[in-house]
Design a protein around this ligand. Structure first.
Ligand code: IDP
Ligand code: MG
Length: 168
């Protein structure tokens, strides 16, 4: 009799047990990131193909516009690199033609986007990444992507009002 009672209690416990928090997988953050299709890729009509890489990689475009950077905007956007030898060349390149600025949304969007983009230097980027497939050299590397969620928020705010973003 007592064995049956113990078995009953064990079953009740099994079905009402709290989930083990340590075993639960951490929910993946839905993030936003800023993406820029650079003047080289726009000039060579690769916007569509690049979007395919991003969308096939699980990122959703929730805002998009074509603009041309002024010199002041480009200098400010890349101010972290202002002391680098390539800074003036980079500013000249980024103002050389229109760019597509877009906000991408999805699980872990910042890291996922950087993965789809590939390494800064197309020569080092894995085959199948945007920079490997569309970049020319370390400067003309087809695409920009925010490097961390904090910078993503700041960069998005430079180009988009919340009312211009179409999240689900
Ligand atoms: P990222 O775009 O992969 O984040 P960063 O180091 O932030 O790389 O550099 C910003 C941009 O500056 C690059 O995407 C590239 O266009 C340019 N750049 C970076 N390093 C060099 C370099 O050594 N020579 C010329 N241009 C460079
Ligand atoms: Mg960077």
């Amino acid at each position: 009799m007592w064995k049956k009672a113990l078995l009953f209690l064990a079953c009740v416990n099994l079905f009402s047990a709290e989930p083990n928090v340590a075993e639960e997988t951490k929910p993946v953050e839905i993030e936003r990131t800023l993406s820029i299709i650079k003047p080289d890729a726009v000039a060579s009509c690769q916007i569509g193909e690049i979007l395919e890489y991003l969308e096939n990689g699980g990122l959703k475009v929730i805002g998009s516009k074509m603009i041309r950077f002024t010199t002041e905007q480009a200098k400010s956007f890349y101010s972290a690199h202002k002391d680098k030898a390539f800074f003036n060349d980079l500013v000249a390149f980024m103002t050389s033609g229109p760019i597509v600025v877009q906000v991408l949304e999805g699980p872990d969007a910042v890291a996922v986007n950087r993965q789809i983009m590939g390494s800064t230097n197309p020569a080092d980027a894995s085959p199948g990444t945007i920079r490997s497939d569309f970049g020319t050299d370390i400067q003309h590397n087809a695409i920009h992507g925010s490097d961390c969620p904090e910078n993503a928020q700041k960069e998005i705010a430079l180009f988009f009002k919340e009312s211009e973003l179409f999240s689900k």
